[in-house]
Design a protein around this ligand. Structure first.
Ligand code: NAI
Length: 499
């Protein structure tokens, strides 16, 4: 029989406790007949050996070979060099879509459950790019930069996943959340690619919503949404807001989906305040595990476990972090993690009565077929055969000069070059030519040069623009530099505020 191998990392803090509980439940549901868990080393124990990545090479290889990782929460070292292993894993294995489901659960009291409003919606968050690229620099004494990277193939992957999932789930409408009114190029691309992907899914309605309005709508009337797809940072914030609507992080499962590798994890952290006490709530990890069972094709097992969980929750079974005293089996004394999971195991084979039961298929067999290992990293592309030309450059300077004096210097530097000074801005606001004397400036100017009248993009190469940089660098502190380019004749750079 085809078996699926799942890399297993219990995690830190409460991780091992909730992982043991989840595995006991899956074992009781017969998951072991089809899947085998392969332990891997990552997290605190690996950081403690001086490995700043938090994962061993052997663990990387095992996850690559399995194609699926089931993980508990992992501690991020405070300060020092160690980056979050949770973020590292998502990026290392290109899990481009973070998929989170927000569902009202029986026994979990919220403002909405008390009002009789049932919630069931999901968020798909781009999981790799955006400011999470972690590309940050100190540019001057006073200025730090974080680069926001949004690529067309990155957008395409996450939007296609969202629409495919919506189709599988029979959803009618998918919204794109964004801030394209302000970040016209980055969020603009995210929104454009959403509209492009939608063309292949004509039966699904689409809508777009600015992220701040989305936050308000989610609080006022969350039941109007079925699925929302968002860029990374906005998706991170909005999905925690959404978790709050259904009872908190302890009830929100999370899947990180990639082309080859997918990671299933609880969204909460290691809960150091209750670690080792045996009282943690394993629901989030169990729900993530249910998503994983569906991902590998064990649809029957997923449905049986889900029904048992809901059936147990509706009796009033609860750990210390939640509970609804109005339920018949509610006990004042909360269950320990072990008692909680035993309560769910006891319900295996039963269906919930107060919420719709998940239909249980006759049987399930693993369908996950892990594609052969590529020989090297793949380059993914959306746009090809685009004609790109140099149209100028933005030179970023650390200078104590006022804008008018700086403009005078820059005009002199541009003499005898194909470029003319067209703009100086500070923190994105135009301060030369024109502007307001009340615009406060910091020690980091953008100086924009564009082709002189009569010189067409394409008639000069980038070396002329770099030669201008060289000339400026003889006299000024250059913080950074960007070439301005046109792409098939369309400007590939934003205008300044007020320009
Ligand atoms: P946290 O989620 O661990 O804890 C916040 C509060 O929620 C605490 O009071 C905790 O007791 C409670 N809580 C969390 N999960 C619970 C559960 N299953 N049952 C009952 N109560 C629960 O967040 P915190 O304290 O900010 O982070 C602790 C560590 O976890 C940090 O090192 C952080 O980097 C890491 N972390 C890891 C994540 C991951 O592995 N995906 C996600 C978030 C944080």
């Amino acid at each position: 029989m085809h078996r699926v191998y799942i890399a297993l990392a219990p995690g830190d803090g409460i991780g091992p406790e909730i992982m043991d509980a989840s595995l006991a439940l899956f074992k009781a549901a017969g998951v072991g007949d089809h899947a085998e868990f392969v332990p891997v080393d990552m997290g605190k124990s690996v950081f403690d050996t001086g490995n700043t990545k938090g994962i061993t090479d052997e663990a990387v290889r095992t996850v690559e070979d399995c194609g699926v990782l089931f993980k508990g929460p992992m501690e991020t070292p405070k300060g020092g060099g160690g980056k979050s292993i949770n973020v590292t894993l998502r990026k290392l294995f290109s899990t481009y879509a973070n998929f989170r489901v927000f569902k009202s659960l029986p026994g979990v009291q919220t403002v909405y459950s008390k009002a009789g409003i049932h919630l069931d919606f999901s968020i798909v968050r781009e999981n790799i790019e955006d400011t999470y690229g972690g590309v940050e620099h100190r540019l001057s004494n006073d200025m730090i930069q974080c680069k926001r990277l949004i690529s067309a193939p990155g957008c395409d992957q996450v939007h296609r996943f969202a629409f495919q999932t919506a189709r599988q789930l029979g959803l009618k409408k998918v919204f794109c959340g964004h801030k394209a009114n302000i970040m016209k190029m980055t969020d603009g691309l995210f929104l454009d690619r959403f509209k492009f992907a939608a063309k292949d899914f004509p039966e699904i309605e689409t809508g777009d919503v600015i992220v701040d309005a989305l936050c308000m709508n989610l609080v006022i009337k969350p039941q109007q949404y079925q699925m929302i797809v968002l860029p990374n940072l906005q998706g991170d914030i909005v999905s925690d807001l959404a978790a709050g609507l259904v009872g908190g992080l302890g009830f929100a499962p999370s899947a990180n989906i990639g082309k080859h590798i997918s990671i299933f994890e609880a969204v909460h952290g290691t809960a150091p305040d209750i670690a080792g006490k045996g009282v943690a709530n394993p629901t989030s990890l169990i729900l993530s595990g249910i998503m994983m069972l569906r991902h590998i094709g064990l649809l029957k097992h997923a449905a049986v476990v889900e029904n048992a969980l809901f059936a147990a929750l509706e009796t009033g079974l609860h750990t210390g972090d939640f509970g609804d005293p109005s339920l018949p089996g509610y006990k004042k004394e909360p269950a320990t993690t072990k008692q909680f999971v035993q309560g769910i195991i006891d319900k295996l084979g039963e269906k919930p009565k107060t919420v719709p039961a998940t239909p249980v298929p006759e049987q399930s067999t693993p369908t996950l077929n892990h594609a052969p290992r590529p020989s090297s990293q793949q380059v993914i592309r959306t746009f090809v055969n685009i004609m790109s030309h140099v149209a100028g450059c933005d030179v970023y300077l650390d200078s104590p000069l006022a804008p008018v004096a700086l403009a005078h210097e820059m005009q002199q530097a541009a003499q005898d070059t194909p470029f003319k000074l067209t703009l100086i801005s500070n923190r994105g606001t135009q301060v030369w030519p024109g502007g307001s004397v009340y615009t406060e400036c910091v020690d980091y100017y953008r100086v924009r040069f564009e082709l002189k009248d009569g010189i067409l993009p394409g008639s000069i190469g980038q070396s002329r623009a770099i030669a201008l940089l060289d000339k400026i660098a003889e006299k000024f502190i250059v913080c950074s530099y960007e070439l301005l380019r046109t792409f098939d004749g369309v400007r590939g750079y934003s205008m300044a505020q007020g320009q």
